[in-house]
Write a protein that binds this ligand. Sequence first.
Ligand SMILES: Cc1ncc(COP(=O)(O)O)c(C=O)c1O
Length: 427
Amino acid sequence: MMLQDLGPYPKAEGYEPALALDLSDPLRNHRDRYVHTGDDLIYLDGNSLGRLPKAAIESLEAVIHRQWGDRLIRSWNESWWELQLEIGDLLAPLLGASRGEVIISDSTSVNLYKLALSAVNAAPQRSKIVTDDLNFPTDIYILEGIAGQLDKELVIVTSDGVHAPLEELENEIDETTALVSLSHTVFKSGYTYEIADVNVMAHRVGALTLWDCSHSVGVVPIALNATGSDLAIGCTYKYLNGGPGSPAFIYVRSDLQDSLENPITAWWGHAEPFSFDLDFRPVSGIRRFHTGTMPILSLAATEAGINDVITAGVDNIRAKSVAMTEYLVEQWDLHLRPLGFELASPTDPDRRGSHVSLEHEEAWPITRALIEVGQVLPDFRAPDNIRLGLSPLYNTFLDIHTAVQRLQLIFESKTHDAFAGVKTTVT
Ligand SMILES: Cc1ncc(COP(=O)(O)O)c(C=O)c1O
């Protein structure tokens, strides 16, 4: 089957209602602020790696030529030393946090390790860490590692694979719990927790909460301060469009900052790093969660994406995201459900992030055929999940309409049969 057999893009059959939605979309002008390839690729993977903002190219060129090329090491004093705090402050409103509560640092995995261990160490008499099986695997591996090293118990509450096991969580969170660590929007089904409810459960018994906001930041409004959240971390390369491997963020509630110890007692968290003192003295405030020298090029690249989210307004982004996931669920119901695709995301839009997962036993070859033949790029999550990420700043309703139509055609023509044996490292 050739791409042209799938119908011309964007004018695939019955496209008019989707086009009408795009024409009345208040965010439609943002699409051109991102780099799009010349072909008609429908990119539904902005929840893994966001598109490249054009403004990031300009700012990186300035950093490379002026700051690195010309000013060299003087740039540390002129701008680089403070950059992770400045971008943290820029990001803070998207997390519902205050200035001085957010920094950019390390990767999400490393930040989770730093904050989880600092929280557990702060309550040595408590023996339990609570999470659920919807959490991202690296989060679970790290929590398991901490529990093993400190002889604590990690409780992984079992879900139905889509929705949060709220009652079971409540049963597990008790006076022996040091930390509750969950993903705000979960990576597979897109279920989105009501942060306030879990915080209440934890705080009632004196436990701390640590939220992984990787799949919600930039697309779901987050209110860390208003919900009394203690700790949070997350990626900047998804809906914030920060670039491959861009450094992650850390949030620590201001009144907790000086009572927690960063377990990686490294020089960037020292009160006077350039005293080269042999004794470690942690600096006061959010800086104590720093580790070492930042990758300045990647750090600088995050600013453009965060700025565009702020310009668009996260409430507007959320409104479009809900409309888009609703439209996709509607299209699934009409065209894909009869073919045996199951919805593996919540039906309630209030409980859903900005991606929709479809389950099918042939999900792997279907995903490959979609990418190779259909020019639709979602991702595959083992064992049977096709994850369709909708990024409201550059995805359109026509993207969704056409992607569903191509998925239907590929499946009905059995085009995916040819892809059953294909292997890739990254899925
Ligand atoms: C929810 C979630 N948490 C943590 C991570 C790990 O991030 P990193 O590999 O940048 O440490 C990811 C990566 O995709 C993720 O989706």
